[in-house]
Design a protein around this ligand. Structure first.
Ligand code: ARG
Length: 475
């Protein structure tokens, strides 16, 4: 059943209908469409725009349809154009002409904008739960390895030793920023377009603020044209989802590297690795690779929506129908990736001995030599030069720094007394880095406990919003 047609002599050509149809992907908006119809119905009823007895029938039909959508017994037909027309068709089939009453004062333009906001709010809340689960998994690994030395890298070359738990904990911080972005986005997105009609509001006595409250939004959108045109919330959500994907891809890259034969630091659990169809010995980090690879589509989805919005006239244009699949796809992608990734993190074990041996190689303690000289008043530039000479000598004689003799040290710089050996240990280098955010085991322990409180606070923030949301949806 088409929602329009009065002024046309013919229906759309078959290929036009196929092009404009969105039912294969927008049916998942049905629960939100029904819920916003209930809010619209309440407003129509309060304004005496609908008979009380009709309103009752429509309300119970909507509630019944909500049940059937949720249990899967109500599905659209191939001839439905979109979710809005499908649901109106069903209601009209069940109630006769009064099934079309809800169209008063409402357009698919404010309807679809409302549905998509509700969908996005709901799903970003769901996603935050599985992001938090990943944070807990990383944090518990960080705590497990909060005394394990490992080489730290810059340019993928040994730089300075770090505590491996510190290396892991950095990922909790990036995910924490992602959650902050979701919170910030949530507050901005919690605005209701319902009541904007096609673009200009309504001459009927509608009450957009009341429908906003009914739907759990913080407020109604203050400009009806903006209400139906704005898709910033889709683009912003897609950016947040891309950033999460990028964080997972960088972390995935570390997992690939650390589980390689050359590194041999990480051992993946069999349940979180895959084999090769031809090489029987292979154990591949496919989860990490898929996480890395899927960042591509997340960025693509963001790009497609930004490109669709660029230069788009206000208010509604059919181009906007292209906002849904990218959003759905990005949400589905992360919903798939995150739990597997969390499982992989939680079940990976690391080879402490190997990481610890590697921590002292590659001249990673050269900075300690320079800092040693600085402590005795040598300007850093000279200290750096002297430490560089030590490395040069080691490299040309194939030794590590602690293998230089006392005379070699003092001939490079008189300040390099035998005491320099005291700083040429990994544990010395680690315990001395006590600055806030540094890698000293004490600083890492503080960091881990701060992160624990941070994650618990996010958990509470998101749980409160989710309760509020599911209460509104009647779940
Ligand atoms: N399926 C459409 C969409 O997703 C619904 C809105 C249609 N509005 C219109 N004026 N044709 O955007």
């Amino acid at each position: 059943m088409a929602l329009w047609g009065g002024r046309f002599f013919s229906g759309p050509a078959g290929d036009v209908f196929a092009l404009s149809q969105s039912i294969e992907f927008d049916w998942r908006l049905a629960p939100y469409d029904i819920r916003s119809s209930l809010a619209h119905l309440a407003v129509l009823e309060r304004a005496d725009l609908i008979e009380v007895s009709d309103a009752e029938k429509i309300r119970s039909a909507l509630k019944q349809m909500q049940k059937e959508v949720r249990n899967g017994s109500l599905t659209p037909s191939a001839a439905d154009e979109d979710v809005h027309s499908a649901l109106e068709r069903v209601m009209t089939e069940r109630l006769g002409p009064i099934g079309g009453s809800l169209r008063a004062g409402r357009s698919r333009n404010d309807q679809v904008a409302t549905d998509l906001r509700l969908f996005a709010l709901d799903h970003m809340l769901e996603l935050s739960k599985i992001i938090i689960a990943l944070q807990w998994a990383i944090l518990s690994k960080a705590a497990e390895y909060s005394d394990a030395p490992a080489p730290g890298f810059t340019h993928l070359q040994h730089a300075q030793p770090v505590i491996f738990g510190h290396e892991l904990a950095k990922h909790v911080h990036s995910l924490d920023r992602d959650l902050d972005r979701i919170k910030d986005w949530y507050l901005r997105t919690s605005r209701s377009p319902l009541g904007a009609g096609a673009l200009a509001g309504s001459s009927l006595q509608l009450d957009p603020e009341a429908s906003a409250r009914d739907l759990g939004f913080d407020a109604a959108i203050a400009n009806s044209i903006d209400a139906v045109s704005d898709r910033d919330f889709v683009a912003e959500a897609l950016f947040i989802l891309s950033m999460i994907g990028i964080h997972l891809s960088r972390m995935g890259e570390e997992w690939c590297l650390w589980s390689s034969t050359e590194f041999g630091w990480a051992k993946l659990d069999d349940a979180y690795a895959t084999g090769s169809s031809i090489m029987p010995q292979k154990k591949n980090p496919d989860i990490a690779e898929l996480a890395r690879g899927k960042a591509g589509r997340l960025i693509g989805n963001l790009t497609s929506v930004l490109a669709m919005l660029k230069g788009l006239p206000f208010a509604y244009n059919r181009d906007l129908q292209e906002d849904k699949e990218p959003l759905f796809n990005s949400i589905d992608t992360l919903t798939l990736v995150l739990p597997a990734f969390t499982g992989m993190v939680a079940t990976t074990t690391f080879d402490r001995a190997k990481m610890s041996v590697a921590a002292s190689t590659g001249f990673s303690l050269a900075t300690e030599i320079a800092d040693f000289l600085v402590q005795s008043g040598v300007p850093f530039a000279q200290a750096h030069e002297a430490a560089g000479k030590c490395v040069h000598l080691c490299e040309s004689t194939n030794r590590e720094l602690h293998e230089l003799s006392d005379t070699e040290f003092s001939s490079i710089h008189p300040g390099l007394t035998p005491e320099v050996r005291g700083v040429l240990t990994v544990s010395g280098a680690l315990t001395s880095r006590t600055t806030f955010g540094g890698t000293a085991p004490t600083a890492v322990a503080n960091q881990i406990s701060e992160l624990e409180s941070k994650i618990s606070a996010s958990e509470k923030w998101f749980a409160d919003k989710a309760n509020h949301f599911s209460g509104m949806m009647g779940q």
